[in-house]
Unconditional design. Structure first.
Lengths: 417, 378
């Protein structure tokens, strides 16, 4: 990851600076939220789902107290990290500190308002779902050594195809069509970047451009003049699992969603298991780390990469399906609005693993959910700046400020057998 | 090679026009009865669309006056002006081994900065224009510096950081437009006051032709970029880092500083691209300002094979396509998005020279685009 400035002295300096930075951040947090501003105001968090019969009431958190506690804990974490010197700070410390800061920030931003935690959890899962599918697509591609920048284009193509096919031929045809549309872009990427060793990032970028142009063009030419035929495709309705869906917090998020969530969970479990336990998984990792060695062991590198990239496209296309017939229904130009790129950041933050991608996707989904919940109830931060939040989180994540990750060794390098 | 890519892209574009045209589809549905009519309808639809594209881009044979005759070519130059600057930004980054996808955000902020200087201050002629251009240069450079710095210090790949900064820049402009300083008297929020006359790029010919001094500016910029890359120590460093980082380091070049410098200069060029639209044609900041300019610049640079001359030529070609697409949409109702598709197809065929070589049975040596990215750690 750090090819340019990797020098021993630089890393030593960073090791020593990090604990102090935590202590300073903790003090700032405690002072700013705990003592100045409006510490006596509190944010209310309702626990039970909105339409549930069980009512667990709500918790009310005063900004000042939360600020002081989170600040003090952050300082404590920093102090603990100091005692560990000169060893490197373990990554969990920074992650916990970020969590504390996020909680304090959330309470401050929601001060004087009431948020429903069950709704927040549901919005987080809904926001995380396309990111998770995109990141899983990325896992398949990148663990075998192919960078897939075209996830965004696969989302768009999948979303368009699903919306049109579902209008004409029914929901399930729409689902298959959307997935296949993503796979088609994957196939083009594989054809150009794997078979013909063209630059992966450039091909991926141009495929995004192609998908954006083509779907926008077809939207104006085909969907707009035929509103009654294509304007309102059917959508998958949520599968309400009795009792479970009324559970506080996780109920609506996990047990009142449509089929795509359950497909995504199945894909997640399957990739996680197969990547570590199956012959295919071992080969994929071998090809991603050292294609030369894999080839001498008798693996057809290009064929494996091609298959993985196409499979990744099928999964990314499914995320596109979710964006149209899995939620709003109708396709609008650029409906993915950069989610495919955030999925890439999720992949990196999740350290190129399915399980890590799940956690990272949930974090991003949560950031998005908080952003939209706050813009509804109103908060001290202007909405445009709130909307920057997920992108800034991505920036921080890829800058490795929350622990550094190592990509597969042969990631992005064309292989010529 | 490039010509083949063009022909192929336009051929696929023609198919897309035909299959998305209702009249054509109806005619094909009636193929059994009138097979010739279907083919005829296809050619009619494609011919009309491409005809309008041509008339909007080069010249209108039915023009009533000299100005009307030259209006399309003037519009092509107007569209090409920011594209060339934006393409130069990407070309310079490519030469330094970097993929700057952040032209979008850099151009938007460049446009915003030049707009602010343009409407907020009252300066004498020439000075005002240069002040606005300088503001755009600095804003773009700052937005290019950040990903450069992050790459060198933390190893964050510029492809992701620049994409994120694009979104941040877009939202930042929307936020700025809600502020008092950017409010136009008598208008609801969403559009800034008009840039003062002194800060505008003067029209070259007047008389309704919009082609302006921005064209001269970007052609000068092209020369400056060429001079910088091939006649200066800095440019030698940029190219050395672009070709082989390890070798450059052993050669005594400060790779980190060069990467940051390259991203900053690239950002400055993109910022100037934004200024060209703002001070040349738009004159007021809105959330739509400079949208798509940075991405188009990437296509331009790729088609130009990351050479200065090629970038200028590609800028004119894509400028012609853009100017023509507006006419095509107005005259035939074919969505201007078709041009994005054609551009992407052109670049896709350029990006895969080996494939083109196989399709058209050329020698592989005829093609060649430099591979710039070598993975996340590059």
């Amino acid at each position: 990851m750090n090819a340019i400035s990797a020098s021993a002295t630089g890393n030593m300096g960073e090791t020593r600076r990090a604990p102090f930075a935590l202590i300073v951040a903790g003090i700032l947090l405690a002072v700013v939220l705990g003592l100045t501003g409006e510490p006596s105001k509190s944010a209310k968090f309702a626990i039970s789902p909105v339409d549930s019969n069980i009512n667990l009431g709500s918790i009310s958190l005063p900004v000042g107290v939360v600020g002081l506690i989170c600040g003090a804990l952050t300082v404590a974490l920093g102090a603990y990290a100091l005692t560990l010197l000169p060893r490197r700070m373990p990554p969990w410390i920074l992650r916990t500190a970020f969590g504390l800061i996020a909680v304090a920030f959330l309470v401050w931003a929601a001060a004087g308002n009431s948020l429903n935690l069950s709704s927040l959890a549901e919005a987080s899962v809904v926001g995380a779902l396309p990111l998770l599918l995109g990141a899983l697509a990325g896992v398949l591609c990148e663990r075998s050594g192919v960078i897939n920048i075209a996830i965004e284009g696969q989302f768009l193509f999948g979303a368009f195809a699903a919306s049109v096919a579902a209008s004409a031929l029914g929901l399930w045809v729409g689902l298959v069509a959307g997935s296949v549309a993503g796979g088609l872009i994957g196939a083009i990427l594989a054809y150009l970047a794997v078979r013909y060793a063209a630059d992966q990032v450039i091909v991926g970028f141009v495929l995004n451009l192609l998908a954006l142009g083509l779907t926008s063009f077809l939207f104006t030419q085909v969907i707009v003049p035929n509103q009654e035929a294509f304007g309102s495709p059917p959508t998958f309705s949520p599968i309400d699992i009795p009792v479970l869906s009324e559970l506080p917090i996780v109920g609506p998020a996990l047990f009142d969603q449509n089929v795509i969530l359950y497909i995504a969970i199945a894909i997640l479990v399957a990739t996680q298991l197969m990547l570590s336990r199956s012959r295919w998984g071992l080969r994929t990792r071998a090809v991603g780390e050292s294609p030369e060695a894999a080839q001498s062991a008798g693996i057809d590198v290009l064929r494996l990469r091609t298959r993985n990239v196409i499979a990744g496209g099928l999964i990314a296309g499914l995320a596109g399906v979710f964006l149209t017939i899995g939620s709003v229904g109708a396709f609008t130009p650029n409906i993915s609005s950069g989610k495919g790129f955030i999925a890439l950041a999720v992949l990196i933050f999740g350290r190129w693993s399915p399980g890590g991608s799940l956690l990272a996707a949930l974090l991003f989904g949560f950031a998005e959910a908080v952003e939209s919940a706050l813009s509804v109830v109103g908060s001290p931060i202007p909405p445009e700046l709130l909307q920057m939040f997920p992108y800034l989180v991505t920036l921080v994540v890829v800058a490795g400020l929350v622990g550094r990750a190592r990509p597969p060794a042969a990631d992005g390098k064309p292989f010529i057998p | 090679m490039t010509a083949l890519a063009l022909v192929l892209a336009f051929a696929i574009g023609a198919v897309i026009i035909a299959v998305s045209n209702e009249v054509v589809l109806e005619a094909w549905g009636n193929f059994g009865n009138e097979p010739l009519r279907a083919v005829e309808a296809s050619f009619e639809a494609v011919g009309e669309a491409y005809g309008a594209l041509f008339e909007g881009a080069l010249f209108d044979p039915g023009a009533a006056s000299v100005t009307e005759f030259f209006a399309p070519i003037s519009e092509t130059a107007v569209a090409a002006t920011p594209l060339i600057a934006s393409g130069l930004a990407v070309t310079l980054a490519f030469r330094s081994g970097l993929f700057n996808i952040g032209g979008e955000g850099q151009a938007i902020l460049g446009a915003a900065a030049s707009a602010y200087v343009g409407f907020h201050f009252g300066l004498p002629p020439v000075i005002h224009l240069f002040a606005a251009l300088l503001a755009a240069t600095l804003a773009g450079a700052a937005w290019g510096f950040v990903p450069g710095y992050l790459k060198v210090r933390t190893g964050a790949h510029e492809v992701i950081t620049t994409i994120m900064l694009n979104y941040v820049a877009g939202l930042l402009v929307v936020y700025l437009l809600t502020m008092k300083a950017f409010e136009r008297v008598g208008r609801s929020a969403g559009i800034s006051p008009l840039v003062a006359g002194n800060a505008r790029l003067p029209e070259l010919f007047g008389g309704g032709l919009r082609v302006n001094a921005g064209l001269i500016l970007v052609l000068c910029l092209a020369w400056v970029v060429w001079w910088l890359l091939f006649r200066t120590t800095l440019g030698y460093g940029l190219r050395a880092v672009g070709q082989n980082r390890k070798a450059a380091r052993s050669g005594g070049i400060d790779v980190g500083a060069t990467v940051i410098g390259a991203m900053s200069i690239s950002g400055a060029l993109a910022g100037l691209a934004g200024a060209c639209t703002m001070l040349g044609t738009d004159f007021a900041l809105s959330s739509e300002t400079a949208a798509g300019l940075g991405f188009a610049g990437i296509s331009v640079a790729l088609l130009g094979r990351a050479t200065v001359k090629g970038t200028v030529a590609a800028g004119f070609l894509f400028g012609a396509l853009q100017a023509g697409s507006i006419q095509m949409q107005a005259a035939t109702g074919t969505s201007a998005d078709l041009v994005t598709v054609i551009e992407a197809l052109i670049v896709l065929t350029i990006a895969a020279p080996l494939l083109m070589a196989r399709v058209f049975r050329l020698r592989a040596g005829d093609a060649g685009v430099s591979t710039t990215s070598g993975g996340w750690s590059a």
